[in-house]
Design a binder for this molecule. Structure first.
Ligand SMILES: [Zn+2]
Length: 176
């Protein structure tokens, strides 16, 4: 378990905490293992599926990122003293460190917006009939849930893969 009191490591960001172990062939942030993969390989897998199956896999991808990513988000939340704006700042930095694009949270009444430029999922998808950035949608859901303690649902409203200038997401809370 990463030491949540290690504020120096937390302040340095994910990139400074990642440990590459050549003997094991692994990358870790504390107990959490990471995988480095080309986005064209990942998204090319989805492109080889028929449309309805691709949509199902995208939804499963978002659910899995939300379920597993919430562990990382809770760790960030503890590291920043359970302060929601600081959680968002730490998530923006972690997303950049992971190569998940440039994120900007846009909090609103009863919602949490997120704008992303340079999404690797949109870039890897080339062109798509529906939004391609399911992993980011899942992570937004985890951030919104952890920041408020209320279960949320997240949606990708516009996607670069569909011709939009940037990817735009929104999380809404069940109670709103
Ligand atoms: Zn997108």
């Amino acid at each position: 378990m990463a030491d949540p009191t290690d504020s120096a490591a937390a302040a340095a960001g994910l990139r400074a905490r990642l440990r590459w172990d050549a003997a094991d062939g692994s990358i870790h942030d504390g107990p959490r293992r990471y995988l480095m993969m080309r986005p064209d390989v990942l998204m090319g897998t989805l492109a080889r599926l028929p449309g309805p199956v691709r949509a199902q896999v995208q939804d499963a991808f978002a659910d899995s990122v939300a379920a597993h990513g919430i562990d990382s988000i809770r760790a960030y939340f503890r590291q920043v003293g359970e302060d929601p704006p600081k959680l968002m700042a730490a998530t923006v930095q972690a997303a950049a460190d992971l190569g998940w694009g440039a994120w900007r949270f846009e909090p609103g009444r009863g919602r949490l917006g997120l704008a992303v430029t340079g999404s690797p999922f949109a870039q890897g998808a080339a062109t798509a009939a529906r939004p391609a950035c399911a992993p980011i949608r899942g992570m937004l859901q985890a951030v919104a849930t952890v920041a408020t303690g209320i279960e949320s649902e997240a949606y990708e409203l516009r996607c670069v893969a569909c011709g939009a200038p940037r990817c735009e997401f929104e999380a809404r809370w069940a109670a709103c």
